[in-house]
Design a binder for this molecule. Structure first.
Ligand SMILES: [Zn+2]
Length: 175
């Protein structure tokens, strides 16, 4: 399992969850295919421990459909929103006021209960979908990972994809 490289970009967890299905058609990889893979992904992504892989996959498929629709500028499915909200409501959530070392305060949401992990992931997706920044798909050939465009004109998920695209452009101009 150590040798498996997960497509983790440092995005909000809701986006990282959507990206656990990578590629299309026969070349697609499901990084939640087994309980071991799902647990290894969660550890690598800094996501909550996995309690129920089938439920996590249902949430992933829902999140992926919503994020893909948003990235493509299409309307969001009410049914998918219903499923997302059901997962978000499966953990007990409470707002907490946090005091930092300098006496400043901030708020956070704490989740409790068996489904707390999934509730946290679903809530992250809700925040991203309702947040101010657009969701984009990497333009790298055969990539298509999702990311939140926080600034500028970011077109690629990672330097690797942008580097490959530059090389392809270079080769095309040379031939
Ligand atoms: Zn990419």
């Amino acid at each position: 399992m150590e040798s498996l490289e997960f497509p983790i970009l440092g995005e909000p967890l809701g986006i990282e969850l959507a990206n656990t299905w990578y590629g299309a058609g026969q070349d697609a990889t499901d990084f939640l295919a087994t309980p071991d893979m799902a647990s290894a992904w969660a550890a690598a992504a800094g996501a909550p421990p996995v309690d129920d892989v089938a439920a996590l996959c249902e949430l992933r498929d829902t999140v992926r459909a919503l994020v893909a629709a948003r990235a493509a500028g299409q309307p969001l499915s009410r049914r998918a929103i219903g499923t997302l909200n059901r997962h978000a409501a499966a953990g007990c959530a409470a707002a907490v006021l946090q005091l930092d070392a300098r006496g400043g305060v901030s708020t956070a949401i704490r989740f409790r209960g068996e489904a707390a992990g999934r509730a946290r992931l679903a809530t992250s997706c809700i925040e991203v979908l309702s947040g101010p920044h657009p969701i984009h798909r990497c333009e790298g050939e055969g990539c298509g990972l999702f990311f939140v465009q926080q600034h500028g004109r970011r077109r690629f998920c990672h330097d690797g994809c942008s580097h490959r695209a530059r090389q392809q452009r270079y080769r095309r101009t040379q031939s």
